[in-house]
Design a protein around this ligand. Sequence first.
Ligand code: SF4
Ligand code: FES
Length: 268
Amino acid sequence: MSEQSSVRLDGQGTAAEAVSDEVARSEEASILLDGQKVPFSEGQTIMDAAMAAGTYIPHLCHNPEFKPHGSCRVCTVTVNGRTAAACTMPAQNDQVVETSTEALQTERRRLLQMLFVEGNHVCPACEASGNCQLQAVAYYVGMLSPHYNHFYPQRPVDASHPDFFIDFNRCILCELCVRASRDMDGKDLFAISGRGINSRLVVNSPSGRLGDTDFHTGDKAAHVCPVGAILFKHQGYDKPIGERLYDRQPISEVGDARAAEQGDQSNE
Ligand code: SF4
Ligand code: FES
């Protein structure tokens, strides 16, 4: 062992290690995000780095409290000229990332239009209007019409639970409730059944009804739906439409509905 490397500074490391840490700090890894140098740390995705830097990248199936899922593709960005999902793409030093070119926004509009026509999203009649991430992202990317023909699927509403109902017409299959119930609540109450266009959310109970589960208001899964598919009973229209979260500020400034709502309540 060399004399220098054996010098202990604080009982934790050597002088050589301290110098090397200092060099690493001064050469902090970063990506070029829309022309701005944005630092990231080991293990972060492009979405993590962007969120930490306050840059909004539209997303639906992503929630920073959960492992990335990469299913909705609304967060697609270009990385060194190639498209990638920002929520699953690991940040790497010197990547050149573009988040909001006209081509990307056009693709996002198409994805959102497909989501809107695939379900039955009747915003003016939905309790989640103004708090809905699907609606807010659609506004953000300038979606003005559904463009495609509506499928008008016939899907049920499950009102069997005393405290919740599920409107399957509004489910965008983000799997946040599936992940929350399985990974955080330890209950595994939801699942996706079928494939492709036939995929649908199901309730894991013998009857397939939510009322036959122990789903509870304290469950994480009760609080993660980004649209109006899982809703609480007994508290409809507490806040009038027009005064709700995304009625007042765009999603690019407020962020995810749940986190923003919690911040809102703590400010009241
Ligand atoms: S019910 Fe809500 S949280 Fe669950 S998959 Fe559908 S949209 Fe996502
Ligand atoms: S938010 Fe990245 S794929 Fe859905």
